[in-house]
Design a protein around this ligand. Structure first.
Ligand SMILES: *[C@@H]1O[C@H](CO)[C@@H](O)[C@H](O)[C@H]1NC(C)=O
Length: 204
């Protein structure tokens, strides 16, 4: 290696160190996985603090809050109130991720900032299909598509209402969903081959 090359590598090393130090000090403790992978590929002789794997290698998932207090006016009738059922948080945490709430009516720039910091998003079930909530779902969905199209693997998991809203957005038709009575409708459960049902309520 020529002297110039060594000097050049040295500057890259200093720059990398500066970048990661900035991230460590950002206060949120959330570092996009893409950036981490990038850092770990660079093996230059620098003395950056070693990454704490237990702290940084769990993905962070944003869950969008739903309008209301989640208890039909029992806790709050405030118009700006929103909630996330604890079960969604536990569901994500049980898979080893951490959760950041995305508040549906927080300022758009705050929401977009959060989307840059999380590794994926979850839309919950619920009932609201219009107004600011629907708009926010649309904004996030658009961002998710943009990220994936730019080859930034960014998963979106939508449950029940969340899934309905996606069909409305993609079809650009608010009436895409038709009424369907499923009461007393019998259907069979198809188990995948690897399912272990012995000793569960599904075993006959
Ligand atoms: C919200 O409004 C409903 C209907 O007026 C009322 O029954 C309920 O007590 C209110 N809840 C709270 C927390 O104020």
């Amino acid at each position: 290696m020529s002297k110039d090359t060594v000097l050049f590598l040295f500057f890259i090393a200093i720059f990398q160190c500066f970048l990661s130090t900035k991230s460590y000090n950002s206060g949120t403790g959330i570092i996009p996985l893409t950036q981490l992978h990038h850092d770990s590929l660079v093996s230059l002789p620098v003395s950056c603090p070693p990454p704490d794997r237990s702290l940084y290698y769990q993905p962070v998932i944003g869950i969008l809050s739903h309008p209301g207090d989640g208890a039909f006016g029992r806790h709050s009738n405030a118009t700006g109130a929103s909630f996330i059922h604890a079960s969604y948080v536990k569901f994500v945490e049980a898979a080893g991720a951490r959760v950041v709430p995305l508040i549906y009516n927080e300022p758009p720039e705050m929401l977009l900032k959060k989307l840059e910091l999380v590794n994926g998003v979850l839309f919950t079930g619920g009932s609201v299909k219009d107004g600011l909530y629907f708009e926010t779902v649309g904004t996030i969905f658009k961002k998710v598509l943009e990220k994936n199209e730019a080859r930034d693997h960014f998963p979106l998991y939508a449950i029940c209402l969340g899934f309905e809203l996606i069909t409305m957005i993609i079809s650009e038709d608010d009436n895409i969903l038709e009424e369907f009575k499923a009461k007393n409708q019998a259907s069979t459960i198809q188990f995948v081959e690897s399912a272990h049902i012995e000793g569960t309520v599904f075993q006959r």
